[in-house]
Design a protein around this ligand. Structure first.
Ligand code: NDP
Length: 250
């Protein structure tokens, strides 16, 4: 059966790859992002390949907008079956500059922004006793500390707690909640010189056991699996997808 899938931050990067993967699997994808031309381009790409998708601008900092979009999707499609809470930022901020505002900005998007899109969809998922939710954490929240990104590490560690809590509380309602913790993945976030590794990110492949950084599709396929019936007995888990980085020797 075709599922209705809501994805945040789906105009580029991992979210875009997830949108393409769900559409290729035959699902109806609601592509959302603050990046409008990019989001619309993903919908066009899906349509050109014979898939079904629609775009809506959604800034996950707005509870009102998240509530309204979920209500709109449910009114038109009758349901939301899957949520991929992917939108995130990873701003580099050295500790002396980490003001309340900067801390709040990242936590508001990377942690609360995930809860904002999930919360309004829960009554419908509970009523239908069907739902699969996948949230994006990071190896920087699961295992590593990331200097000059303390707020990001804190938010991504928070995602692990969110996934566990929701997973347990929703298990008897037929709703599964899991997460993915990517390693180094070739997206705008990683390639940003200002905030992360920069354009020569491929050099990180030297210390990744598989010998390369990840591609957005490497994460999208795991998200698709976690949202599928193949993962029907999994909930509350955050799966590391990092080419062996965390279990490596270095
Ligand atoms: P990208 O920056 O490539 O894409 C993230 C998307 O989310 C962008 O379109 C971005 O827009 C959007 N976004 C930012 N703020 C908001 C907001 N308030 N509301 C809605 N959308 C927003 O990131 P990735 O694809 O790399 O990352 C996807 C997720 O995976 C993130 O949560 C990230 O933290 C996580 N992750 C990524 C890793 C990597 O190596 N790439 C590693 C570990 C985790 P804009 O460009 O304007 O900010």
């Amino acid at each position: 059966m075709t599922d209705v899938v809501l994805i945040t931050g789906a105009g580029i990067g991992i979210g875009r790859a997830a949108a393409l993967a769900f559409a290729a699997a035959g699902h109806h994808v609601v592509v959302t992002d603050v990046l409008e031309p990019e989001g619309r381009a993903v919908v066009a790409e899906i349509a050109a390949a014979g898939g079904r998708a629609e775009f809506h601008r959604l800034d996950v900092r707005s509870t009102e907008a998240a509530d309204a979009l979920v209500a709109d999707i449910e009114a038109r499609h009758g349901r939301i079956d899957i949520i991929v809470a992917n939108a995130g930022i990873a701003h580099k901020v050295p500790l002396p500059e980490l003001s309340d505002d900067k801390w709040d900005h990242t936590l508001d998007i990377d942690l609360k922004g995930i809860f904002r899109v999930i919360r309004p969809a829960l009554p419908g998922m509970k009523a239908r006793r069907k739902g699969a939710i996948v949230a994006l954490s990071s190896i920087m929240g699961v295992a590593y500390g990331w200097d000059e990104h303390v707020h990001y590490s804190a938010a991504k560690a928070g995602v692990v707690g969110l996934v566990r809590g929701l997973g347990v509380e929703l298990a008897r309602d037929g709703i599964r909640v899991n997460g993915v913790a990517p390693g180094y993945i070739r997206t705008a976030q990683l390639l940003s010189k200002e905030h992360s590794v920069g354009p020569d990110a491929d050099k990180c492949g030297e210390y990744i056991p598989m010998g390369r950084i990840g591609e957005p599709e490497d994460i999208a396929d795991v998200i698709l699996f976690l949202a599928s019936d193949a993962a029907r007995y999994m909930t509350g888990q955050v799966v590391v997808v990092d080419g062996g980085l965390l279990v490596g020797r270095y």
